[in-house]
Design a protein around this ligand. Structure first.
Ligand SMILES: NC(=O)C1=CN([C@@H]2O[C@H](COP(=O)(O)OP(=O)(O)OC[C@H]3O[C@@H](n4cnc5c(N)ncnc54)[C@H](OP(=O)(O)O)[C@@H]3O)[C@@H](O)[C@H]2O)C=CC1
Ligand SMILES: O=C1O[C@H](COP(=O)(O)O)[C@@H](O)[C@H](O)[C@H]1O
Length: 647
């Protein structure tokens, strides 16, 4: 049963459909829903009600779209805590490169008295969260208000309004802890994404944000540190400075010290002080080096979980070092957490290109029938970067490109691309199909792999090589041994220091059998091959390469691109993938996060090659920084009868 409940959920008003079981339904099949038709036009009309039978699709594509139209784009506003203000460096213990960040933005010590950040939330007495009724439910994704339960996104949307309404509403408090808050990822990506969500109304006004690391800092140090990376959106900077202040006021620092047990006890105590008595949900973003993961998660599990709501942990890639270490990590995580609490994040999966794989295939009639070996000759997944390892040298030297990029991003892309149609868009249905594909991928052999490493000759002092054998380039051909894909080469290429920055999935179709135009086509591979291209970089696009007649007398064919260029069609800033994925975590949606069996299957594909490379000290082919990469990649393509399509 669908029942539209109209309520002033936020300032523009949104409507949701309640299922007969009381939950807001975001997970029904979208392409059957008439709501889609209602929803899209309304997305462009700020006044219109957004009808949501609140399917996952409607949320993602209509809700998100509305949000994008209404909320996003980047411009730095005038604000209290931003850069550009005078600052005096802070003296802190354990100085490292990060101390630079404390010096640039305003630190509390450099503030004028009237600008000092109030200790609003961290001084817990001032702002105790309102008390809402919370009933623990076995399904941790459901928050009960006694009158029916709500899924998480509705909980969030509701959060905005019900926090202003009297207690007795349906909202429990939310605390988000960023463990490793002083690290590069936290500063560059996680806090900015959290602020963007806060600014756009996707976090409750009284969310608690906690930064945690071993350093000896104060709340204000942390605020100064992260303030320099927070941004506002171009066309939505209204009140952004105030929002930023409010966000920073809700951000506290916990010093973990050398003993995470004490640190986690302290984190728990600080969270408890601002949480509601009846309902408290917590997210822990573990932005720490892999080596620290076991200790941190174990202490967190034992000392920082709440029993008054759900606890979710976000784990950063690469989820181990090889099959053995990854399995150990998984075992240890599963000894402390349930699978559904674990979100293994790879931010590249939060990009539109990834969701478009399934949207294109399953919501259009024209593609799915072609999605198999009978029509597709090869698939290429290309992720080339024009920059080097830069500040992440130490990490990269240890892990290399296979562990950093291939193990998660590229294999996940292939899994989503090649999976059988899932029963529904429910997380587990999708993950069930992904793991089947991963397990059907033939184990890689060294002969089907090309390793490369860039050298930089642009420096005056001669050629600069890395000190280790760490690959900065990887190309390989994978085969999926199942009925749909038997014999189709999946070409993968990931590299740094290459001539062009490109992130693409290219699907090349077979030649037309008995082609009536073969004389016009001749030996042109371009004319002989239709191609579907999903592109993230340089310009987000979906392209289909088809043949057409060149105007004029006579019959000459041309290969042209039917193109959907996002920046031309959608004139708006696209949310960062961390925003997308963080919202999914808040939402309890883990279809873009790897389940334990998926991670194991991915490592099983790569580990034999990784072991061989390490054991035999296989030397990568050296290529020039800013060039096209190792020539070996071309031979590899030729061996499998495929030409790389990104040249
Ligand atoms: N940087 C990036 O662009 C990306 C990073 N990742 C992953 O994200 C994670 C973090 O990366 P990154 O930010 O670059 O790493 P950094 O080394 O820059 O930061 C690590 C953070 O963790 C803290 N930390 C280290 N050890 C411990 C410990 N034992 N207990 C508590 N806190 C600890 C550090 O602070 P302190 O030393 O004071 O405790 C610091 O705040 C890694 O797993 C990485 O693989 C994934 C994708 C991209
Ligand atoms: O996770 C990673 O991604 C970045 C690329 O991120 P993007 O946001 O620029 O797409 C990559 O450079 C890095 O090596 C890798 O760890």
């Amino acid at each position: 049963m669908e029942l539209a409940i109209s309520g002033s959920v936020n300032s523009i008003g949104k409507q949701f459909a309640l299922r007969s079981d009381g939950r807001i339904d975001r997970h029904t099949s979208h392409y059957r829903s008439p709501i889609l038709i209602k929803c899209l036009p309304s997305a462009f009309d700020g006044r219109a009600l957004l009808y949501a039978v609140a399917t996952k699709f409607n949320w993602r594509f209509c809700g998100l779209r509305y949000w994008m139209h209404d909320k996003l784009s980047c411009r730095k506003p005038e604000r209290k805590f931003g850069p550009g203000k005078e600052s005096r460096g802070l003296e802190i213990q354990g100085k490292d490169d990060f101390s630079y960040h404390l010096k640039t933005p305003l630190s509390s010590k450099g503030m004028a008295p009237d600008e000092a950040i109030p200790e609003a939330m961290c001084n817990v007495e001032e702002t105790k969260a309102p008390v809402y009724k919370f009933k623990e439910n076995k399904d941790q994704n459901v928050i009960s208000d006694g009158a029916g339960s709500l899924s998480k996104s509705s909980f969030l949307l509701k959060a905005k309004s019900s926090r202003q309404s009297p207690p007795g509403g349906t909202v429990s408090s939310l605390c988000i802890a960023v463990i490793g808050a002083t690290g590069e990822l936290a500063r560059r990506k996680v806090f900015p994404a959290l602020f963007a969500l806060y600014y756009s109304g996707f976090l409750p006004e009284d969310v608690g944000i906690f930064g945690y690391s071993r350093k000896n800092l104060t709340d204000e140090d942390l605020r100064s540190l992260i303030a320099s990376t927070l941004t506002c959106r171009i066309d939505h900077q209204k009140n952004c400075g105030d929002k930023m202040d409010a966000f920073l006021n809700r951000t506290c620092y916990i010093k973990g010290g050398e003993n995470n047990k004490d640190g986690m006890l302290e984190l728990n105590a600080r969270m408890e002080k601002i949480e509601s008595e009846y309902g408290a949900n917590r997210i822990f973003y573990l932005s720490v080096p892999q080596e620290a993961l076991l200790d941190v998660t174990s202490s967190l599990a034992d000392y920082a979980q709440t029993s008054k709501g759900w606890n979710r942990i976000i784990i950063e890639k690469p989820f181990g070092f090889d099959a053995i270490s990854s399995n150990q990590l998984t075992r240890s995580l599963l000894s402390k957490f349930e699978e559904k609490q674990i979100y293994r994040i790879d931010h590249l999966l939060g990009k539109n290109i990834i969701e478009n794989i399934t949207v294109l295939r399953f919501s259009n009639l024209v593609f799915e029938p072609l999605w198999c070996r009978a029509y597709i000759r090869s698939v290429q997944v290309i992720l080339s970067e024009d920059w080097g390892m830069e500040t992440r040298g130490r990490y990269f030297d240890q892990y290399g490109i296979i562990r950093d990029i291939v193990q998660s991003h590229i294999l996940q892309t292939i899994a989503l691309f090649a999976m059988e149609p899932p029963v529904s868009l429910e997380d587990e249905d999708i993950r069930n199909e992904k793991v089947k594909v991963l397990r059907s991928i033939r184990k890689l052999e060294l002969g089907d792999v090309v390793l490369g490493q860039y050298k930089d000759s642009s420096m005056k002092k001669g050629e600069i090589y890395l000190n280790t054998l760490t690959p900065t380039f990887f190309a390989a051909v994978l085969y999926i041994d199942n009925a749909r894909w038997d014999g189709v080469p999946f070409m993968i290429k990931a590299g740094m220091g290459l001539i062009k920055h490109r992130v693409e999935i290219r699907i090349q179709f077979h030649n037309v059998p008995g082609n009536l135009y073969r004389e016009c086509i001749g030996s042109s591979i371009d004319l002989a091959t239709n191609e579907l291209i999903l592109r993230d970089v340089p310009d987000e696009a979906i392209l289909v390469k088809v043949n057409n007649k060149i105007p004029g007398l006579g019959l000459q064919l041309d290969a042209s691109e039917l193109n959907l260029l996002y920046k031309e069609k959608y004139n708006e800033e696209i949310p960062d993938s961390y925003e997308h994925l963080l919202l999914d975590v808040i939402d309890g949606d883990n279809h873009l996060f790897m389940r334990s069996d998926e991670v194991a299957a991915a490592w099983d594909i790569l580990t034999p090659v990784l072991n061989e490379v390490d054991k035999n000290n296989v030397a990568p082919e050296i290529y020039e920084f800013g060039g096209r990469g190792p020539t070996g990649a071309y031979y590899l393509g030729a061996k499998h009868g495929v030409r790389w399509a990104d040249e």
